[in-house]
Design a protein around this ligand. Structure first.
Ligand SMILES: *Cc1c(COP(=O)(O)O)cnc(C)c1O
Ligand SMILES: [Zn+2]
Length: 420
């Protein structure tokens, strides 16, 4: 075992509890259960206080004792601490007392929450001596691995479904990463990557590095609680692809409670999917604790995972917290994107449309009571999925450079400002 592993204790099987050394490995040899990072919470409790967190730089690394690196992070030191926006106009529109947007559309450097997981995975990969990093991605992860590897001087291979949005492909190529499009959907990309990871000695951030990688998502939960004045929100709505982010937000809240940094109070965690790829929400709505794999067909490509690795645990979190899952159609996703843009001035990608659309349904059906408070996790920027909305937002007016033409245009469109 590593001599000085920071505040990490071991990798631990979620099923049988067996412990493993803190290497690049992700499944239990006995029952194939996923491995998770375990920490020395007693030591963390002695070091980590609200005051010393508040005195640190505004990045996700202000919670470094709770993130799985042994030394100081060396990749993505500026990632995280994105705005938590009080969304009064959207709250009124959706009919809820209090609403907050955790705005990871502006996460540094690649405009999605994936920068959180990648900064942890690459920092840890370097500690373990890797110089080639790789991933299987639905898009945003590829962007983030490519960018953060470039900045760190690591070689990167990223594997994506070949039919991904142009914006996401260009956003990986620009950093000089080797981009490999696989003619298949994400689950096939992922299966191939598991084989490649076994054969090449690379750090695959979401395969052999997954236990470390996944922990990066917790930072979103810590920030939400701190930005609410050290409180766990009554409701958190989280988009689900593999289901990992949802389970890690729950873990973050539980850790803060355990460390005495927030008061224990009931908190419901709700999951959001696209109807065209909704294995987890379908199972949740049917009251099942397992899901049936599906073949994705949705504009929310970043969430298009038909065999979600953490689906089982995501269902468990929703069950434990009295949360619900829901899913929305492609049209409802576009409507969700517009609602957020028109009421809060935030342009989210399709996954954001999923989250807003699902929140709308949960509020309308009373699963999120209208007199309570909710946080929506908005995880990626709309400029990366322009194709999904381009034909649905109307067109720019076109006139000659003439005041008369402009007056004529206004007269036909907006009576309220004609006679001024
Ligand atoms: C990856 C991703 C998610 C969620 O991913 P999980 O696999 O469930 O952790 C959510 N939103 C966006 C934009 C993503 O790229
Ligand atoms: Zn096990």
């Amino acid at each position: 075992m590593e001599k000085n592993a920071g505040f990490m204790h071991a990798l631990k099987c979620r099923e049988c509890g067996r412990e493993y050394p803190l290497t690049a490995t992700h499944v239990c040899e006995y029952d194939f259960g996923p491995l998770e990072v375990a920490y020395d919470y007693d030591r963390i409790k002695r070091t980590l206080t609200r005051n010393n967190i508040a005195s640190r730089p505004k990045s996700m690394w202000r919670y470094r004792e709770l993130l799985p690196v042994a030394g100081d992070p060396t990749v993505g030191q500026q990632v995280g601490f994105t705005p938590l926006v009080k969304a009064d106009r959207l709250a009124a529109k959706l009919g809820i007392r209090e609403l907050w947007i955790k705005n990871d559309t502006v996460n540094y450097p690649t405009l999605s929450f994936k920068d959180r997981v990648v900064s942890v995975a690459l920092s840890r990969a370097r500690e373990l001596g890797f110089d080639v990093v790789a991933c299987a991605s639905t898009g945003n992860l590829a962007n983030s691995v490519a960018a953060n590897a470039a900045a760190a001087g690591l070689k990167a291979y990223v594997f994506i479904p070949s039919d991904l949005e142009q914006g996401k492909v260009v956003n990986s190529l620009i950093y000089g990463a080797r981009v490999v499009g696989i003619k298949g959907h994400y689950d096939e990309v992922n299966r191939l990557c598991a084989e490649i990871a076994g054969k090449f000695g690379w750090a695959f951030v979401n395969v052999n590095m997954r236990p470390y990688y996944a922990e990066g998502s917790k930072s979103m939960g810590y920030e939400i609680a701190e930005q609410l004045g050290w409180q766990v929100p009554q409701h958190t709505v989280v988009p689900m692809a593999s289901g990992s982010l949802l389970t890690k937000i729950r873990k973050a809240y539980q850790e803060l409670i355990r460390l005495g940094l927030v008061r224990e109070q009931p908190h419901r965690i709700h999951g959001a999917q696209a109807t065209g790829c909704s294995p987890i929400s379908v199972a949740q709505k049917a009251g099942l604790d397992f899901f049936k794999p599906v073949k994705p067909d949705t504009i929310a490509k970043s969430l298009a995972i038909g065999t979600p690795a953490d689906g089982f645990y995501a269902l468990k979190v929703m069950q434990e917290t009295n949360g619900s899952a829901e899913d929305v159609t492609d049209d409802e996703i576009r409507e969700g994107i517009r609602l957020l843009a028109e009421h809060e001035g935030i342009f989210a990608e399709t996954a954001g449309g999923v989250t807003v659309g699902v929140a709308k349904k949960l509020i309308a059906s009373g699963r999120i009571p209208s007199d309570e408070s909710a946080v929506l996790c908005i995880t990626g920027h709309g400029l990366k999925t322009l194709d999904a909305v381009a034909g649905h937002v109307g067109r720019a007016a076109e006139i000659k450079p003439s005041l008369r033409e402009f007056e004529a245009l206004v007269a036909t469109e907006d009576q309220s400002i004609v006679n001024t």
